[in-house]
Design a protein around this ligand. Structure first.
Ligand code: WQD
Length: 326
């Protein structure tokens, strides 16, 4: 058996799309660790159906270090970890912050302990544009000062990045990259995999598509923001482009090109789109009118955020290629 890559949260939206890319474009043997807290086992079937390859699947809670250590005991020659596993709903995190601190930070601590136990040398951390908070310095670059996180979710990503930077400074065996995703959307080009969480979605685009299918109802969370049409602005980036960035980041680390123990990259398109513009774009592409209501603001929402991702282009050779309906 060749070299392994651990993917935590591998049954999730971005994790499953990244495993497809790893299986199709590398020789790594993938070990996916996921306890299906926000995903279903059927996602693994879709990944194997698309890639025609199989991989190791461990159903373990990453907050259980003992189970994690035991399950990984027999695996050696692990090249790296891609750590997706985390709760990611901005709104939910404002209602249940401890759930987010426990899971998002606890799982990261344990995965770093595993890296130390097994001397795994490369670590990619799923971070988020949420770390910037409410900033007027748009588009944001990796050097843009971070404001106070607007939600406990965003705060767990700020803390996660700090932990990773400190750990890599203290432990020279590990080199890591934090990838700050903007808003991942879309589905695999085969149409056989997409965003199918096991819980009710909280993100705009899956709620738009479910509303169009008559399976949900869409409320616009506030139209009184200081933006061009009063609704929040986001930078929507295709999930397969995000997946591609992980392979490029892993290659950048494994090939020894990374000059620093820890570095950060934005992954966005640079194009800010408001909630109403996203709805109008969907209606235009599908020819279907969307019913929606205007509701109150959602706690934890950032008003406007979009990226300058030129650093990822320069260092990783990454550019978003897939057009979005938005
Ligand atoms: C976008 C906008 C909502 C639902 C996401 C991920 C997070 C991170 C950043 C990766 C906001 C509005 C939404 C609805 C609405 N990505 N909205 N009605 O909060 O930016 O965070 O991207 O790490 O993990 O969750 O995305 O899609 O929830 O919201 O009006 O029914 O759409 O208020 O302004 P968000 P989102």
């Amino acid at each position: 058996m060749g070299k392994h890559v651990i993917v935590t949260g591998g049954a999730g939206y971005i994790g499953s799309h990244t495993i497809i890319e790893l299986l199709e474009k590398t020789d790594y043997h993938v070990i996916s660790i996921d306890n299906f807290s926000n995903s279903t086992e059927q996602t693994y079937e879709r990944v194997e159906n698309i890639s025609k390859k199989n991989f190791t699947k461990l159903n373990i809670d990453l907050c259980d270090l003992e189970k994690l250590t035991t399950a990984l005991y027999s695996f050696d020659d692990i090249v790296g970890v891609i750590h997706f596993a985390a709760f990611k709903s901005v709104g939910e995190s404002t209602e249940d912050p401890l759930k987010y601190y426990h899971n998002n930070i606890g799982s990261l601590v344990n995965m770093l302990k595993i890296c130390e136990q097994k001397q795994i040398q490369h670590f990619i951390f799923s971070s988020s544009c949420s770390v910037y908070g409410n900033t007027k310095a748009l588009p944001v670059t990796e050097e843009t000062p971070l404001q106070k996180a607007a939600s406990p979710y965003g705060y767990t990503k700020q803390v996660g990045e700090e932990m990773l930077a400190e750990f890599c400074a203290a432990k020279p065996f590990l080199k890591s990259i934090a990838l700050r995703y903007f808003n991942p959307v879309g589905a695999h080009m085969s149409g056989l995999n997409g965003e199918l969480s096991s819980n009710k979605p909280s993100n705009l685009v899956p709620i738009i598509t479910q509303t169009a299918a008559g399976k949900n109802s869409l409320t616009v969370h506030g139209n009184d923001y200081d933006t061009r049409d009063g609704t929040c602005i986001r930078d929507y980036v295709h999930v397969s482009d995000i997946a591609d960035a992980h392979l490029k980041a892993l290659e950048f680390l494994v090939s020894g090109k990374a000059k620093h123990p820890y570095s950060v990259y934005n992954l966005g398109t640079g194009n800010g789109v408001s909630v109403l513009e996203a709805i109008i774009a969907f209606e235009k592409v599908t020819g279907q009118k969307l019913n929606y209501t205007i509701g109150k603001r959602r706690a934890g929402d950032v008003v406007e955020i979009y990226s300058n991702s030129s650093k990822a282009q320069k260092d990783l050779g990454w550019t978003p290629k897939l057009a979005l309906m938005i």
